[in-house]
Design a protein around this ligand. Structure first.
Ligand SMILES: C[S@@+](CC[C@H](N)C(=O)[O-])C[C@H]1O[C@@H](n2cnc3c(N)ncnc32)[C@H](O)[C@@H]1O
Length: 342
C-alpha cells in the first residue's frame, strides 16, 4: 500500500528523521518515495503502518492512504475515473489542503470536487461535513496533487494537556512533551524496551516513554526530583516505572537498557560551565557504556555552546544524527543521537 503523510513544518530536519526512526524502531519495511514540502509518500506492505506511526509521531499532522497521484490539469478527470463507491461507505467530506499557495481557491475546489464525487458515486452517498465516515484529502503541492483517504489525524491534544506547568510537579527547565516524544522516537525505543533517563528531572521524557509503552527507568541525583517525577508519572497514568536517586556518573543497573534519552545538566552558571559540566558528561558516558545494550542508542539534548563532538572524543560513541532547534536569539538546542562506533 502507499500512504502519504503531512508532517509538521515547524522544523527542517526533525519531522522526517523522527518518521524514519519510528519505521526503524517498529521494523516496518518501507520505500520512501519522495518528500516535498513536508509531504512524504511511502510504500509499505505493513497494513498497520499508518496506525503505528500515528500512535508515536510528535511532528506529524495526518496520514492518508493514497488513492491517486496526479496533477492539477488532470484532477477533474481523475476524480471522475475513481470508483468512489469502493472507497466511501455512506458519507464523506472532501477537504483541500494547499501546501504551496496557488491561485485556486480551496473552498471552490472542495465544492466542485465534492459534487463530482457525489455525481459519480450515486444517490446513496451523501456529503457530511461534520464527522464524516470517509474523509477525502486533496493535497495540492504546486501543480502536483495527491488524492487520499484519511486514515488518521494525529491527535496533538496530549502535547498541550501535559505541558510541564500542567503537571503536579513543576520545575523550570522541563522539556516540552513534543520534543521529549520526538527524542524517544529518535532513540528507536519500542514497546517493552527498557528506557533510561539518568537525569530525569521532573520526568518529562519518562512520561512520553510510558505512552509509547516502554518500561521506564529514571534516576536523578536530587531526591526532590525523584519524588516529583514519580508523582508526575502517576498523574499521567504510567504503570511500569522505576525511579530512584542515583548519580548518573556511577550507575550500575541490574538490567542493561535498550535506550537512553536524556537532557543532562551542562552547568549554565559561569563558574561551572567549563570543566565541571564536561566532566559530568564524560563520566556519564563511561557509566552509560556499561549499562547500555550493545546496539542501544543514546538521544540527548544539549545547548549549542557545548560541543558533543568534543565531549565524545576518547569514548566508544559516535554521533549518528544531529539536529539543531533554535529556541531564541541566544539559545539553540542540539539533539544528538549517539551509538557505539564500529
Ligand atoms: C536539565 S534537568 C532535566 C530536565 C528533565 N528533562 C525534565 O523534563 O524535567 C537535569 C537534571 O539532572 C539532575 N542531575 C544533575 N547532576 C546529576 C547527576 N550527576 N546524576 C543524576 N542526575 C543529575 C538534576 O537534578 C536535574 O534534575
Amino acid at each position: 500500500m502507499e500512504i502519504f503523510l503531512i508532517l509538521s513544518r515547524e522544523h527542517e530536519t526533525l519531522p522526517l528523521a523522527e518518521l524514519r526512526a519510528i519505521l526503524d524502531a517498529e521494523n516496518i519495511d518501507y520505500d520512501l518515495k519522495e518528500v516535498v514540502m513536508g509531504v512524504v509518500k511511502l510504500k509499505t506492505d505493513n497494513e498497520d503502518a499508518a496506525d503505528i506511526i500515528a500512535k508515536r509521531i510528535a511532528y506529524g499532522h495526518e496520514i492518508c492512504s493514497l488513492i491517486k497521484d496526479t496533477d492539477i490539469d488532470n484532477l477533474e478527470n481523475d476524480i471522475l475515473s475513481i470508483d468512489w463507491k469502493e472507497i466511501i461507505d455512506e458519507n464523506f467530506a472532501l477537504r483541500v489542503k494547499k501546501i504551496e499557495s496557488l491561485e485556486n481557491d480551496s473552498q471552490i475546489m472542495e465544492k466542485k470536487f465534492g459534487a463530482l464525487i457525489k455525481a459519480q458515486a450515486g444517490e446513496k452517498i451523501k456529503v457530511k461535513l461534520e464527522k464524516p465516515q470517509t474523509f477525502i484529502r486533496v493535497l495540492v503541492t504546486g501543480s502536483r496533487v495527491l488524492i487520499g483517504k484519511r486514515e488518521t489525524k494525529i491527535d496533538k491534544k496530549h502535547f498541550f494537556n501535559l505541558k510541564p506547568h500542567k503537571r503536579p510537579f513543576f520545575y523550570p527547565g522541563s522539556m516540552s512533551p513534543k520534543l521529549a516524544r520526538c527524542m524517544i522516537n529518535l532513540s528507536r525505543a519500542k514497546a517493552g524496551d527498557l528506557l533510561l533517563d539518568p537525569f530525569c528531572g521532573t520526568g518529562g521524557i519518562l512520561i512520553e516513554a510510558g505512552i509509547i509503552g516502554t518500561r521506564i527507568l529514571g534516576t536523578d541525583i536530587d531526591e526532590k526530583m525523584v519524588k516529583g517525577a514519580a508523582k508526575n508519572l502517576e498523574y499521567c497514568g504510567a504503570k511500569d516505572f522505576h525511579i530512584f536517586q542515583a548519580d548518573a556518573r556511577k550507575l550500575d543497573l541490574e538490567e542493561k537498557v535498550n535506550a537512553v534519552v536524556t537532557d543532562p545538566p551542562y552547568g549554565i552558571s559561569a563558574s561551572t560551565a567549563g570543566e565541571e559540566s564536561s566532566t559530568i558528561f564524560r563520566d556519564f558516558l563511561k557509566s552509560i557504556s556499561n549499562n547500555l545494550l550493545e546496539n542501544g542508542l543514546i538521544c540527548l539534548a544539549s545547548p549549542h555552546y557545548v560541543s558533543v563532538n568534543d565531549l565524545i572524543q576518547g569514548t566508544e560513541f559516535k554521533i549518528l544524527e544531529r539536529h539543531e532547534i533554535r529556541m531564541h536569539k541566544s539559545l539553540t538546542r542540539v539533539i544528538s543521537v549517539l551509538g557505539r562506533a564500529g
